[in-house]
Design a protein around this ligand. Structure first.
Ligand SMILES: [Zn+2]
Ligand SMILES: [Zn+2]
Length: 304
């Protein structure tokens, strides 16, 4: 027990407070300068719950997630053939990291898509989607079981390739920062980079309350959505409603137990289905650059 207290006092609490400060300083000015929803305040409905998720993640669940990651890393040592590991270890570090990131992106894309298609997984992932306002803090609203399984999917290739815990930790921090960015209340045109790196507009669209949740599953790598026909680039202003269609609790503890409670078999509870072939065809091609707002709205109506 005392080691937990030491960990809290010496590691967890200082890291949580410094991270909160760094994220506030990084994203606060960015959200004011490039707001996606200009009317949204920094402290808004749901901020206290998101802050509880933030501290829950840093003070409790991150330790359990790290332990799980370490156990899986050790177990993989006995599963992945040693010859593969030797081959991978001979690659330059940058190649190992790029391979780990790309394979992790592919795996987490599949996992995220499954979370929307399989009812029992949606129960947990729906907690993340209950945010009705998005900003960098809302990125932390995530059920711990959803969080740890996502971390596993993201980092499994890195661990299979034999990257050290420190290198895996650096990837976790990078992905965490990117997660905060794509949820932030920011609208930035990233030019041609929009196909290589996930942007807030794409992920906000994924959080739309309506059927748009069948698009943009990749956080970091939208080219994977392009590859599998789930890429949708919204072009109009962000005025659509966010959240889940089913009634959801609002408090932190209530959201933690929500996935375990019985729900109606039909009606309110209906996970988003993956797009049909026809819907995917409708989603592409993208509207022409510089098309008028009316044309863009018409395109969006047709593509949903
Ligand atoms: Zn989702
Ligand atoms: Zn999200």
């Amino acid at each position: 027990m005392s080691s937990w207290v030491t960990w809290w006092l010496e590691d967890a609490i200082p890291i949580a407070l410094v991270t909160l400060l760094v994220l506030t300083v990084m994203f606060g000015p960015l959200e004011r300068a490039f707001s996606a929803r200009a009317e949204q305040r920094s402290w808004r409905a749901g901020s206290a719950v998101d802050l509880a998720f933030f501290f829950g993640q840093y003070l409790v669940w991150s330790a359990l997630a790290l332990m799980a990651l370490d156990q899986v890393r050790l177990a993989l040592g006995g599963v992945v053939p040693l010859a593969w590991r030797h081959d991978a270890a001979a690659w330059p570090l940058v190649v190992q990291v790029v391979a780990a990131v790309v394979l992790g992106d592919l795996l987490v894309y599949g996992w995220h898509r499954a979370c929307h298609a399989v009812p029992v997984l949606w129960r947990f992932h729906a907690v993340h989607h209950t945010s009705e306002k998005l900003d960098w803090l809302a990125a932390h609203r995530e059920h711990p079981l959803d969080g740890v399984t996502t971390q596993l999917a993201q980092n499994l290739p890195a661990m299979a390739l034999g990257l050290s815990l420190g290198e895996v930790g650096a990837l976790v921090v990078f992905r965490g920062m990117w997660g905060a960015f794509i949820h932030s209340n920011v609208r930035l045109d990233m030019g041609w980079l929009r196909y290589a790196l996930g942007a807030p507009a794409l992920h906000h669209h994924h959080h739309a309350r309506d059927a748009a949740r069948t698009a943009n599953y990749a956080n970091l790598a939208p080219w994977i959505d392009v590859l599998f026909g789930t890429y949708e680039r919204p072009t109009g202003p962000e005025t659509y409603a966010l959240g889940v269609p089913e009634p959801a609790p609002r408090g932190y503890l209530a959201l933690l137990v929500w996935p375990f409670l019985p729900r109606p078999q039909s009606g309110a509870y209906a996970p988003a289905r993956n797009p049909s072939r026809a819907a995917r065809r409708r989603a592409l091609p993208l509207p022409p650059m510089g098309s008028s707002a009316t044309e863009q709205v018409a395109h969006r109506r047709g593509s949903l």
